[in-house]
Write a protein that binds this ligand. Structure first.
Ligand code: GDP
Ligand code: ZN
Length: 300
């Protein structure tokens, strides 16, 4: 039998097989060689199972993963914690107000998404509070980059249908500052869904180890949404300073023409990226995000 792991809770796994949910354990040998802090089986994994007693099946094998959503584990900067795997896309939710729009957060989230091979989807919520042209100007850089961009209101329902359609038959993780309207959006898409994910999140806000109960919630119209407990801040890891520019698609092509091969595009002479920025070819907010993310990366 083959199934998709939808919840990991200690040594217990909930696996969906042809629409049925089965409680599973895993073969001890799967633990061999794995890093102690990360479970060898992660929410989102496709696994091979053998039926066991009662409704307790056994995970025999984990199939290769096509994407991974990670974060730096709290405490140690260089250890990467896998939160979920085989996620197709990352819905990056922000609001025009309450809390104020922070493009720095969006850019950081985009970088995280690209690094894990997830497609970024940008959702600007609460447009009922402010549908000023200035807002669309601030985010038009994302349109230029061809990332999916939605303007929504969970209160009025505006833009929800288009956003909901992009979730169909995809596995989508949500990220966004607290209060931007993630739960409200999920409730709009499917009544009760926001509540279910929120329960899990609040349980995990109290601390504890965050890999223990990531969950994928099946959508009625096909696909899953994944909660991302404990992700409030994105600490980028596994990106070398020199490689950061690759995650900024509008800057990367210029980087090839920099005088120094290891140019960081901050203050070196004959930097083609800075030159492009000075000519207005790169959005100021994007370059600012680049500098800000760079500051936080380890020197290497
Ligand atoms: P979360 O922390 O991201 O899950 O945010 P919530 O869904 O809990 O929403 C936070 C607050 O914003 C709640 O008071 C919601 O009623 C409100 N809210 C959510 N979406 C909208 C929206 O589109 N417009 C307005 N005006 N308020 C919203
Ligand atoms: Zn440069």
């Amino acid at each position: 039998m083959r199934g998709r792991v939808i919840r990991v809770s200690g040594q217990n796994f909930l696996v969906e097989v042809d629409g049925d949910q089965i409680q599973c354990r895993m073969r001890g040998r799967l633990k061999a060689g794995a890093r102690a802090t990360n479970s060898p089986v992660i929410a989102g994994d496709w696994v091979e199972l053998t039926p066991g007693d009662a409704d307790n099946a056994m995970i025999e094998e984990v199939l290769p993963r096509k994407s991974h959503f990670t974060r730096a584990a709290s405490g140690s900067r260089n250890y990467e914690q896998i939160i979920a795997v085989n996620i197709d896309q990352l819905a990056i939710v922000a609001s025009v107000r309450q809390p104020a729009l922070r493009l720095g957060f969006i850019d950081r989230a985009i970088t995280t998404a690209l690094r894990g091979h997830l497609a970024p989807i940008i959702v600007i919520n609460k447009i009922d509070l402010d549908c000023n042209i200035a807002i669309s100007e601030r985010v038009e850089c994302y349109q230029a980059l061809k990332y999916a961009l939605f303007f929504t209101s969970a209160t009025s329902g505006m833009g929800i249908e288009g956003f909901a359609a992009t979730l169909e038959n995809k596995v989508t993780a949500f990220i966004g500052q607290s209060g931007v309207g993630k739960s409200s959006l999920l409730n709009c898409i499917e009544p009760g869904l926001g509540l279910k994910t929120q329960e899990i999140m609040s349980r995990h806000d109290r601390g504890r180890h965050t890999t223990t109960a990531v969950q994928l919630f099946p959508l009625e119209r096909g696909g899953y949404v994944a909660d991302t407990p404990g992700i409030k801040e994105l600490h980028l890891c596994g990106i070398y300073r020199h490689d950061l520019v690759e995650y900024f698609a509008e800057m990367a092509p210029f980087a090839e023409n920099c005088h120094f091969r290891n140019c960081s595009h901050i203050n070196e002479p004959d930097c083609a990226v800075r030159e492009a920025f000075n000519q207005g070819l790169i959005a100021a907010t994007r370059y600012a995000s680049y500098l800000h993310i760079m500051e936080g990366l380890d020197r290497a």
